[in-house]
Design a protein around this ligand. Structure first.
Ligand code: FE2
Length: 361
């Protein structure tokens, strides 16, 4: 089995890659949108075929990459039924079994409490607990319909009933921990070890934590597997997140970085380019967005598939050709344009404001 623990610094999220060596089938658990190019590169390096992208729950602190990974690789997205993410391919109820090849088996465990749809995933000697159980802590239960009593039941009855040596891999860690085990959490976790259900509920009711900064943006986006452009746009415009790009990764950092590295043009310039009849127009939104309206003669290539497919889609078009790239608002096109520049396309411009600006005229 191939196993990788990846870390998103901006949201302190752990993403996991699991793969079967024989069949080369792979899955991700809790991928983060801003890191999709790293994930695709890793899959390529390891010669893996992504089959599933699992979410432990609808996250409130980052946007998921599952939707983009589905677009890029054809992987199926999987999330708890009670998360309400209806566009996901598999709506998990718990006790399902998934396999990679014939030897890597993943069992789903319904572990509600942090959110009603929270799932954990058991794979061989390790359990991926999402926000149900952290190393020395647990996810909060004071929003997204969380319930401390349910969380106590999930952890003590489902996770703590696993063999003590089962490795515990959470969705987050804020203190530099990598892995724990069931026995350690059962005996040392300050919120749970030796605590009654009532004591746990009391602890969880008195945490007084601030709301996550991305709550209002990430949750709606993640209900659509993270592919809602408007949410990313709101984040990009939200001054709270305008930190220096080298201090954060994830969606915001990636978008700012991408915009700095590509020539951006306004609507008038773009229209002049199109009128000169000398430009390839590339639409990097999703098919459903394209179907609702697009710039005439534009070629559709969703952003998540750009790296893998642009050279075949633009067969016969020189890499020094003039290319105008657009999305809904100018974020995805900047990211996709960067990818194309890395592939050698040297004359790309991204439309500021994207199709929203185009429609406004
Ligand atoms: Fe969470």
């Amino acid at each position: 089995m191939i196993f990788r623990q990846l870390f998103d610094k901006a949201s302190c999220t752990y993403t996991y890659l699991i793969a079967d060596l024989e069949s080369h089938e792979a899955l991700f658990i809790d991928p983060v949108e801003g890191n999709i190019d790293d994930y695709l590169a890793l899959l390529k390096t390891l010669n893996l075929n992504l089959v599933y992208s699992f979410e432990t729950h609808v996250h409130a602190d980052h946007i998921s990459a599952s939707g983009l990974l589905r677009q890029a690789t054809g992987a199926s997205t999987c999330i708890g039924l009670h998360c309400g993410a209806e566009t996901a391919d598999y709506q998990l109820e718990g006790d399902e079994t998934f396999t990679l090849g014939t030897r890597v088996i993943i069992k789903t465990l319904s572990t509600p409490g942090h959110t009603p749809g929270s799932m954990s995933f058991l794979c061989n000697d390790r359990v991926f607990t999402g926000d149900a159980l952290f190393i020395g802590g647990c996810g909060r239960t004071d929003f997204q319909n969380g319930d401390a009593g349910d969380l106590y039941d999930s952890v003590t009855q489902k996770i703590f009933s696993l063999p003590g040596e089962t490795l515990v891999y959470p969705a987050h860690d804020y203190k530099g921990n990598f892995v724990s085990c069931v026995f350690q959490e059962k005996t040392k976790n300050p919120r749970l070890a030796g605590k009654t259900r009532e004591e746990f509920i009391e602890i969880m009711g008195n945490l007084n934590l601030p709301m996550p900064k991305l709550l209002d943006k990430a949750v709606p986006a993640n209900l659509y597997c993270g592919i809602e452009e408007e949410e990313a746009q709101q984040m990009a415009n939200d001054s709270e997140f305008n930190q220096p790009e080298n201090e954060r990764r994830g969606v915001q950092g990636s978008i700012n970085h991408a915009k700095n590295r590509i020539k951006q043009v306004d609507l008038i310039t773009a229209k002049n380019m199109i009128e000169s009849n000398n430009v390839i127009i590339l639409d990097v939104r999703e098919q459903n967005e394209y179907d609702l309206g697009h710039i005439e003669n534009s070629i559709l290539l969703p952003r998540g598939r750009v790296k893998a497919e642009v050279e075949s889609v633009l067969t016969g078009i020189g890499k020094d050709s003039s290319i105008l790239i657009y999305c809904a608002s100018g974020n995805r096109s900047a990211l996709a344009g960067n990818v194309m520049q890395e592939l050698g396309y040297s004359n790309i411009v991204s439309l500021i404001g994207g199709y929203i600006a185009w429609k406004r005229g």
